[in-house]
Design a protein around this ligand. Structure first.
Ligand SMILES: NC(=O)c1ccc[n+]([C@@H]2O[C@H](COP(=O)([O-])OP(=O)(O)OC[C@H]3O[C@@H](n4cnc5c(N)ncnc54)[C@H](O)[C@@H]3O)[C@@H](O)[C@H]2O)c1
Length: 370
């Protein structure tokens, strides 16, 4: 069951909803530009929303030579578009973009508008890149995913961490068995940052962490437990801790807050052989050759210094934009396609339900495990 729409259940209400209404690219190298292209022309792109995040997308698609149109309903957004994308057409009415011949639309508007705008774009025959979260309910996300599939359109969600070279390197190490069997994962995404009122911290920050954890574990959790607190605005959680329990014994927690004294973005993976820490602030991936051994019936920690693992320093958002352009050209769904976005929404929905019951576990049906 998706979160209720009126936000009235408890003090940790779900996000507010506004507005109306085998060709998947699994491998990181494919997502990054090594599959054969079916065309050479850079696809034309329009970006909807040129706010604090959208302007980064505008800048990247402009630098990649793909940007033709930017549309923002506010003058501020249109001014930002002018500054970031000189020479592009700047519009104020999204309808004009849907009616235009530009074949690909990037949606970087507030989350509560994603579903209706993405729906409209897909129905207008466009390929679509939607910033996270894909939608504010699981059923709406599923509708978008199904619509893209049935109409043969590309649908991508902006889970940018999945394109981060540090995370891709970590995934490779896990796949190669460097850490042994994954036992525990946690992710901290903390700052005194942009405090949103349309969605709570869980829906604003945690999609990235959930996406990466699902990818690392390779399955859906069977149970989700979330607790949190609302301090800035009634009904909107500012801090949440979400626990994910997986059938294969892996446990994970995600701690997100926009009410925190310092910025931290850290993912830790504890394996049976080694442990890894990825710090997205210092841009460091460290592997610790540490584990616990049993000796004469006693668990003994084996400690060693960490070794830094190098990874390319290019901007994850640029890689994400390239992945979208490549999907449009090749007609292959990107790594962060509709299906993976819907899996993230399913976990977010379960976490939201647990949050409003102050931490009661929410089971995900077996069908969700597929
Ligand atoms: N991937 C990331 O790491 C990341 C980081 C920050 C934000 N985001 C996501 O990006 C999206 C935008 O966030 P933001 O911080 O830029 O928000 P913002 O409020 O700063 O900007 C949104 C812009 O969209 C415009 N807008 C609103 N409705 C519109 C419509 N119907 N058509 C055209 N323009 C419209 C607004 O005028 C505004 O300029 C959100 O979904 C957010 O979750 C992603």
């Amino acid at each position: 069951m998706p979160p209720t729409r009126n936000g009235a259940i408890t003090s940790l209400a779900p996000p507010k909803i506004g507005g109306r209404a085998k060709d998947r690219d699994e491998s990181s190298s494919e997502a990054l530009g090594t599959v054969p292209d079916h065309g050479t022309k850079t696809p034309d792109v329009a970006v909807l929303g040129c706010g604090s995040w959208g302007k980064n997308l505008v800048r990247n698609f402009h630098e990649l030579g793909a940007l033709r149109v930017v549309c923002d309903t506010s003058e501020r957004g249109r001014l930002a578009a002018q500054a970031n994308a000189p020479g592009c057409t700047i519009l104020s009415d999204p309808e004009a973009v849907f009616a235009s011949p530009v074949p690909s639309i990037v949606i970087a508007t507030p989350a509560e508008t994603h579903y209706s705008l993405a729906c409209h774009a897909l129905e207008s025959g466009k390929d679509v890149f939607v910033e996270k979260p894909l939608a504010l309910t699981y059923p709406e996300g599923l509708k978008l995913s199904n619509l893209a599939r049935s109409s043969g359109r590309i649908l991508m969600v902006g889970h940018v961490l999945e394109y981060h070279p540090g995370i891709l390197r970590l995934r490779e190490l896990v796949a190669e068995g460097e850490l042994g069997r994954i036992q525990y994962i946690y992710s901290n995404r903390l700052s005194l940052g942009t405090i949103r009122r349309e969605e709570n911290i869980l829906w604003s920050f945690a999609p990235h962490d959930i996406a990466v954890i699902l990818r690392l574990v390779g399955q859906m959790p069977f149970e989700v437990v979330a607790c949190g607190g609302a301090y800035v605005s009634p009904n909107t959680a500012d801090v949440t801790v979400t626990n994910l329990l997986f059938d294969n014994g892996v446990r994970a927690h995600i701690f997100v807050s926009w009410l925190h004294p310092f910025k931290e973005q850290r993912l830790v993976v504890v394996g049976s052989r080694k442990m890894a820490s990825f710090d997205d602030i210092s841009k460091k991936l460290i592997i610790y050759d540490q584990h616990v051994e049993w000796r004469t019936g006693h668990p003994i920690p084996v400690k060693n210094a960490g070794a830094e693992i190098r990874f390319p320093s290019d901007e994850p958002l640029r890689r994400e934009c390239l992945a979208f352009l490549q999907s449009v050209r090749t007609r292959r769904q990107p790594l962060t396609d509709g299906r993976s976005a819907v899996a993230v929404l399913k976990v977010l929905g379960a976490a939201q339900r647990s949050l409003i019951t102050n931490g009661q576990g929410v089971s995900l049906p077996m069908a969700a495990h597929a």
